[in-house]
Design a protein. Sequence first.
Lengths: 248, 204
Amino acid sequence: MSVKPMLPIGVIADMICQELGDNKFLKKALILQYIVLGQQKMHLLLNKDVTIKSEVIPLNSDLQFELPCDFIYETKIGIKRGNNIAVLKQNRYFERQPKVLNDTQTLGDINNVLNFSYPDNQTDFAYDCYFYNPFRCGEYLGGYYGAYGCGYSNDYYNIKDGVLNISTYLPNDEDTELIIEYKSDGISGGLAFVPNIAFLALRAFAKAMYNDEGVDGKFTQVWESEFKTIKRMQNWVDIEVIANLFAR
Amino acid sequence: MKKSIFVELIFLKIYGGRPSTDFSVLKPDIEAYLPAAVNYALTKSFYIQKNTERNGDIPTDFYHTFTNLPILKDSTRNNRKYVNMPATLVSMPGNNGIRMVMDNCETVYTPLGDAQLANIDYWLNIMTSEKFYNLSGKKLYIFNSGIVEKLKLTMIVTPAELSDDEELPIPAGLENEAIDMAYEFVTGIRSTPVDRKIDTRDLN
């Protein structure tokens, strides 16, 4: 799967300003707001390529973490050190008490993944379980986070009452960080980039909003047709996925 | 057209090139009216361009660039960052006198209207990669600027603060109109009363 090209929203707004003849960008702030609203509207109906993002969460010692403000539900949670990521398994019954137990076994298990020394008979590495569209405190990290050296560990996580609990101690290491991949509501965690395929749709949406068009407006129709195109492209199943299904 | 030439032309038009001690209109009087004439020409050019090319653009050689403007913090407005305007801005609709605001990393800032200031904190949390400015009086406030230290500002300076050798920001084709306006204004001024009495006192 190739890396999806991303486009800053400011670039789309700049182009619309030029089309409107606004060389001093007096309308750019308003256009940016329309683009954000368009992305949010489109976001509701699209699949993971535009709606999944990853966020690095600051570490703490009691192993309970606040979730990002645009969190809807998680898709994957991992712990990263260096180039390796240990992906946690979900356990709906797991609940960490406020008092943390000293469980050195769980730390040893996760260290196996992070040091790339997982026992051969328990090999559960999945090299393609990268974290998609990652951010750290609003900074876009680019590409796929941990695309190499990613593996599932035997440690658990659970989300209860809006708090993420994990079952393992975290390695005492400055390089270690916790990352969560989740379904986002699209904008409230900060929107800096949108996929290139969304360019025409967002441009049409912003122009239709700016022109205050109705359903028969020129750009409203462009927006609808582009949105349908994106949905069709997003629902396209890779031939490798079908091949893997039949191979089982 | 240079500022001194503009003034000289009006002077020439009033007195026909014959210097006299009876002049009632002096060059400072013409210079005082200059901003009004230039603002009229600039704003007219702005609307002509808006109606024809749909962009309201002004020739870029009229803009002055001020660099290395230090960024300060306004304690009266929640420590918002701002820079002091380095010169008086020409008063055009929609702050069109400002061409561009950039920081020392060459990032261009987006202008914010006063209506957009009402909910700017909401949008700043979303549009984390965009940088904004808002002009309020003599202060230019900046938002989402990050750790930049200096600002670069490109703007049209009001003619009152230009030196004699600097170009006036009058678009081509509108010079005559501006000269005529200034001429009509200064020739309409009431002159000093004529001293017809022959004595040792000279009112003039």
